[in-house]
Design a protein around this ligand. Structure first.
Ligand code: ZN
Length: 620
């Protein structure tokens, strides 16, 4: 691996001493490769850029040029060919060749064995009105003079049958701009950067963020984590984020132990004002990077969601980078086959994000148990809990698309239960972290596993009972018996539990399209407060509320406020003219009975064996 990289660097430096597009140089090339170039200075005001490609050697009379229909990690069909226009093909003398568009993502070029160059225009996705909109972390932003978010598959295509040969990408950049990426950089000066990728997968998987630099970095074991932020009004900065996530990164480093499979990991943050085209905020994982798009809010407010997102995305460095099936390794960008192991790719990654935090003291045991409770709640009540998870995985793109989000709930819970089961069977000596290390050793970035064999392989590596676990709870319709698995570590599980809490608003609420909380039904304390159906809950005891912080604040309220305390509720209420006006309501609260579902509590009299497993599980 190392020697191969050295040869590419030497080659590319030599390559650049000559003019970039000379035919002579292409012939001298020791490896057949694509040579792409873009000039960010020439991006248009309507968010487009010209892309030029000197093609690899291909002897076919007809060649097909492709853009992805879908990319890994998105579980959505985006058809990136939608953003390509004015594609032209030329022979070595500059004569135009026939290029016919076959469908949204494919062009047929009559090469006659003499195709030399292809050029086309790319429109970005961030400013496009084309529907369906592309979720921003998956798309591209071409904002002349300001920022360029380049998910490379949005700009660069490949020839059918020529996905496995190397790519060179030359980027001419505005003065003062810096490109942050995990893509190998082989040459740079103040005007130009040159990157290489060993194949299309590597090119597609390493986004680049170009802007006036605001960067910071931290070491996680042997991996340099690079953070680059574009915040148009400078509300967020990279040094603040790194300072407040250092502890989390250190915990993640300890959790993974040993050496990590990447020297460099890039977190590319794009912050926007107003609404995003997709209407969503979030991130997309890549093997060695994360792209993140979020509304521009101040550092102090952004740091919490940032941590939650990064904790999850960074753990993707293990799965799928080092452990993945052939479906991902030989990813078909036009007709992808889905793996049955989303419990592993997304589920165990999500579980790691929370498990690492409780194990190394970033969050308390109580906070961790709350997160698990919430996942059980969501997967049991909002999703189909008896749909075999392997089927959900296989159908995540089409027939089971509405169930996909459950990978972050049920997928994480499957991982938690297998962790507890392995710890029980091994007397606390071997858990999910050990299993994933064993799998990473067996397989690795360049050696995919066989999708259908993974469960057998895992049970051979561990215990025969584990095969039954996968059969019953992952391949079949059985619900996970949380009570049993949690008891291994000395925790009690209650499907329902009544408790008394001070009433906060005494009303049922629904969120409207803006995330505001509208009163739908009144209970005892709501009547005392004189709330009315249709009121919007603006604040409680001075804290402004929306659907985003309602549940978190409710927990805080019930732990802080006592029976008989005065509660101040500000509502927005329609007056006679139909205008929403603020109205302040006050009353003394009283205790009411509520029913919590799926409560997890430490057992009162745990056995020595349970405590040993608990210690191994969460270091408590
Ligand atoms: Zn993920």
């Amino acid at each position: 691996m190392a020697s191969k990289r050295t040869s590419i660097i030497i080659f590319a430096v030599f390559f650049l001493t000559k003019s970039l597009f000379s035919q002579e140089i292409i012939n001298l090339s020791p490896e057949n490769r694509y040579f792409y170039s873009i000039d960010l200075n020439k991006a248009t005001g309507d968010h487009r850029i010209l892309v030029e490609l000197t093609v690899p050697e291909m002897s076919e009379e007809l060649v097909e040029f492709h853009f992805p229909k879908i990319v890994p990690g998105t579980y959505a069909i985006y058809n990136f060919g939608r953003f390509i226009s004015d594609l032209k093909a030329f022979d070595s003398e500059g004569n135009l060749l026939a290029a016919e568009k076959l469908d949204t993502n494919r062009w047929k070029i009559s090469s006659g064995g003499n195709l030399h160059k292809v050029s086309f225009w790319v429109s970005d996705t961030y400013h496009s009105n084309v529907k369906p909109a592309v979720f921003e972390p998956v798309g591209s932003c071409i904002d002349s003079g300001k920022v360029f978010v380049l998910n490379n598959y949005c700009l660069f295509g490949y020839f059918n049958g020529y996905k496995e040969i190397p790519f060179t990408i030359s980027v001419t950049k505005p003065l003062g701009f810096y490109g942050t990426t995990s893509l190998p950089l082989v040459q740079t000066d103040e005007n130009n950067d040159v990157y290489t990728a060993k194949n299309y997968f590597e090119l597609h998987d390493n986004p680049i963020l170009y802007t006036i630099p605001d960067t910071a970095s931290a070491m996680v074991v042997n991996t340099k984590v690079m953070l680059s932020v574009y915040s148009p009004n400078k509300k967020v900065n990279a040094s603040y984020l790194i300072k407040h996530t250092k502890e989390l990164f250190e915990a993640q480093g300890k959790y993974l132990g040993g050496t990590l499979p990447a020297e460099r990991y890039s977190i590319l943050v794009y912050m926007y004002t107003g609404a995003s085209k997709s209407g969503s905020a979030g991130a997309l994982e890549h093997f060695k990077s994360t792209t993140l798009s979020y509304p521009e809010i101040p550092n102090e407010n952004f740091v919490e969601p940032f941590k939650d997102i990064v904790a999850h995305e960074f753990f993707h460095i293990v799965t799928p980078l080092t452990i993945h099936s052939k479906e991902i390794h030989d990813f078909d960008f036009i007709n992808p086959k889905m793996s049955r192991h989303l419990w592993l790719y997304e589920g165990s990654t999500e579980y790691y994000a929370h498990h690492a935090q409780v194990k190394f003291g970033i969050i308390s045991l109580e906070q961790f148990l709350k997160k698990i409770q919430r996942k059980i709640f969501v997967s049991s009540l909002y999703f189909n809990d008896t749909l075999p998870f392997t089927e959900l995985s296989k159908g995540a793109l089409d027939i089971h698309k509405p169930q996909y989000i459950n990978v972050y709930a049920k997928g994480a819970l499957i991982s938690m239960c297998i962790d507890l089961y392995l710890l029980k069977l091994s007397g606390g000596k071997y858990g999910l972290q050990n299993l994933k290390s064993s799998l990473a050793e067996m397989y690795g970035p360049d050696k995919p596993f066989d999708d259908e064999e993974l469960f057998d392989v895992i049970s051979r590596l561990t215990y025969p009972e584990v095969r039954d676990f996968f059969r019953e709870y992952v391949e079949d319709h059985e619900k996970l018996p949380y009570k049993e698995f949690l008891s291994y570590a000395g925790f009690e599980f209650y499907e329902k539990m009544e408790r008394e809490v001070p009433s906060m608003i005494g009303a049922g609420v629904e969120s409207d399209s803006a995330g505001r909380l509208m009163v739908t039904e009144l209970r005892e304390f709501g009547k005392t407060l004189k709330l009315q159906a249709g009121d919007i809950i603006y604040s409680v005891n001075g804290t402004e509320l929306s659907i985003i912080n309602f549940y978190k604040y409710s927990d805080e309220f019930s732990s802080k406020v006592k029976d008989g305390d005065e509660v101040t509720v500000v509502v927005l209420r329609k007056n006679k003219n139909g205008e929403m006006k603020k109205k302040t309501l006050k009353a003394n609260t009283f205790l009411v009975k509520i029913t919590d579902q799926f409560v997890i509590l430490p057992a009162k009299n745990p056995t020595a064996e349970q405590l040993e497993i608990r210690k191994a599980w969460i270091n408590k």
